[in-house]
Design a protein around this ligand. Structure first.
Ligand code: PEP
Ligand code: MN
Length: 338
């Protein structure tokens, strides 16, 4: 980190700050220029608050050279992390995983039918929300515990680990017992208490990017989970809010190589929430595979017109199957397997 200090600052105050920083184990390289004094802080500055440093009136500028995250940082962990969801590896150079299922579990029959369809199409995990984060309190809120049980049964009968969103730490115990991959949704990406709570369990976590969060904020949220003791984090990009209205969200695929440069964590893409439109899901899915995504999580419904949420972005099973078939070809071209 580099601190630029105003030239005519009170020496005693500057020395006092230097002493404070040294006491935190940092080495301070002092160099006096014509207009400014430059302090080079060497050591682990991840815990240093830039805004605290900026609060000193003699500090002109604070520049971070290293990223504020440590455990997620590729620099300190050069090899890819491979996260196991039951016996399915996510991440690494070879395999690409496809997760399919409805936005929400709606009934025993619905989740049974769709689980069978996505399994036959080639999905390796089943998604489905039981606790739904809905914009309106008057719309379907999910089946709660009953939904989790229905999904667990459908997943077991079809040999698919299950993915579901945890909205509150109150249900963590239930998820640890019955869910294979715990999803933290976009709306909770910065619910720090929830992140700390899932950081204390041993289950893999699917951390979605917040709809208005920077990539660095997203990685910092992963850092919360990692720093709390859970190394099993998979990132999921689902698009962000922009001025564009033709799609539900805006998906910037450069996030895939970027996350891989900055972190060692797997990244999967959610083309359903990213576009909000089933007719765009196939193209975006194939592009994501080509760009190096470690997987896809796609909403599938056998009767989208009956869906209690997100029908417009849900693929029918035959279309989902086609995405997987085409995806396999792209995967082969880039030396991976789907
Ligand atoms: C979901 O996956 O069901 C969901 C609500 O997604 P997001 O948190 O990305 O909006
Ligand atoms: Mn949805």
């Amino acid at each position: 980190m580099i601190l630029t200090v105003k030239k005519n600052s009170d020496k005693l105050s500057v020395d006092r700050l230097i002493d404070q920083l040294s006491a935190r184990g940092l080495e301070i390289n002092y160099s006096e220029g014509e207009n400014f004094i430059v302090l080079g802080l060497v050591g682990d500055t991840t815990a240093l608050d830039v805004n605290w440093l900026k609060s000193f009136d003699f500090v002109e500028e604070v520049t971070r050279v290293a990223a504020p995250y440590k455990k997620a940082n590729r620099m300190f962990h050069p090899e890819d992390s491979v996260i196991m969801v039951q016996d399915i590896p996510v991440g690494g150079k070879e395999r690409i995983v496809v997760i399919g299922g409805p936005c929400a579990v709606e009934s025993e029959e619905q989740i049974q039918r769709i689980a069978k369809e996505v399994s036959e199409a080639g999905a390796v995990m089943l998604r489905g929300g039981a606790y739904k984060p809905r914009t309106s309190p008057y719309t379907f809120q999910g089946l709660g515990s009953k939904g989790i049980r229905m999904m667990e049964k459908a997943g077991k009968e079809n040999g698919l680990p299950i993915v579901s969103e945890l909205m509150s730490a109150d249900h963590l115990e239930e998820f640890v017992q019955h869910v294979d991959l715990i999803q933290i949704g976009a709306r909770n990406m910065q619910n720090f208490d929830l992140l700390k709570a899932v950081g204390k369990v041993n289950k893999p976590i699917l951390l979605k990017r917040g709809m208005a969060n920077t990539i660095e904020e997203w990685i910092m949220s992963a850092e919360y989970i990692l720093a709390s003791g859970n190394p099993n984090v998979i990132l999921c990009e689902r698009g962000i809010r922009t001025f564009e209205k033709y799609t539900r969200n805006t998906l910037d695929l450069s996030v895939i190589p970027l996350i891989k440069q900055k972190t060692h964590l797997p990244i999967i893409i959610d083309p359903s929430h990213a576009t909000g439109d089933w007719s765009l899901v196939e193209s975006v899915s194939l592009a994501a595979i080509a760009a190096g995504a470690d997987g896809l999580i796609i909403e599938v419904h056998d009767h989208p017109e009956w869906a209690l949420s997100d029908g417009a972005q849900s693929l029918k099973p035959e279309k989902f199957k086609r995405v997987i078939e085409k995806g396999r070809k792209i995967a082969e071209v880039i030396g991976r397997k789907l």
